[in-house]
Design a protein around this ligand. Sequence first.
Ligand SMILES: Cc1cc2nc3c(=O)[nH]c(=O)nc-3n(C[C@H](O)[C@H](O)[C@H](O)COP(=O)(O)OP(=O)(O)OC[C@H]3O[C@@H](n4cnc5c(N)ncnc54)[C@H](O)[C@@H]3O)c2cc1C
Length: 307
Amino acid sequence: MTADGQLSSLAEIYAGHSVAVPPVISIEVFPPKTADGDQVLLDTLDQLAIYRPRFISCTYGAGGTTRDRTIQLCQQIQSRYACTATAHLTCVGSTCEELLEWIDRARRAGIVNIMALRGDPPQGQGGFTTVPGGLAHADELVALIRGKSDELGVGVAAYPEVHPEAADAASDLANLKRKVDAGADAAFTQLFFRNASFLDFRDEFDRVGVGVPLVPGIMPITEFSRIRRIAALCGAIIPEGLAAELEAVRDDRDAQFEVGVAHAVAQCAELISEGVPGIHFYALNRSRACAEILEALGWGLDDGVVR
Ligand SMILES: Cc1cc2nc3c(=O)[nH]c(=O)nc-3n(C[C@H](O)[C@H](O)[C@H](O)COP(=O)(O)OP(=O)(O)OC[C@H]3O[C@@H](n4cnc5c(N)ncnc54)[C@H](O)[C@@H]3O)c2cc1C
């Protein structure tokens, strides 16, 4: 949202970014499944809103389970925090007609940005399958959105360590370029813990001329066992040194948190010095780790001014 209360599209948010401009902070959350979870999320967003993220994105549940909740949560974010929201949308379980209907509903609800994804089926349901009359890949979803609107901001996923189903890195990058050629405004990476993966990927991204802002996605490690599960699912590599540090404190959750936050701070500091346009935090609906990282990076608020 801008100073005059206007919602900002992803294209506007990243426009004019240069190394001299502080990177855009964005935060990703998911729609909780319980009333307690709703409260935890609101507390989290209350805490993180003071860091003035440029947008908060809200995921679309695996298997399309949060169709309505995603839109409702985005509306709530925009009215409660005066912060632009980005609604995720996946192709899972929906026909094109249903996807178009959802896009219309999102627009009527005041949503100006969509993260366009193919999606994953719920755990235990095997691989992705296209429903009759539905879409097989995210580039088709981007095209579907663009067929409806040139104004909506559209984000897509990028994979510095290669999407687990991709034949190889080159074809995965070619897929990303297809998504951008179909009309995406920005690419947001899968979580990664080795900056070298991101920086090498960015070199290739630039070499093939993908041509949109490439925003690193950072998930602070707060609990080793949980992160190991998430990393295994999405193919993220946990560097040996970091894994050993976390293994050494496997019975001490506070120490794991400290190691994880220190690692994320170091990652973000290096990425910023490398001139990234923003950092997209996978907050997992908790505020403490992100808040500590933002404070450590000097983005805390002590006099009402974001540094
Ligand atoms: C920033 C971000 C946000 C996310 N948010 C969500 C969310 O809200 N909900 C959710 O369920 N999941 C989410 N995911 C996870 C995502 O849905 C999965 O990673 C999914 O497996 C792939 O989605 P995609 O949009 O990258 O798919 P695609 O870009 O379609 O790629 C999927 C695979 O197909 C390959 N491919 C693409 N096109 C072709 C083609 N024409 N021929 C052959 N192969 C092809 C790609 O290389 C890749 O291996 C998110 C991921 C990221 C990085």
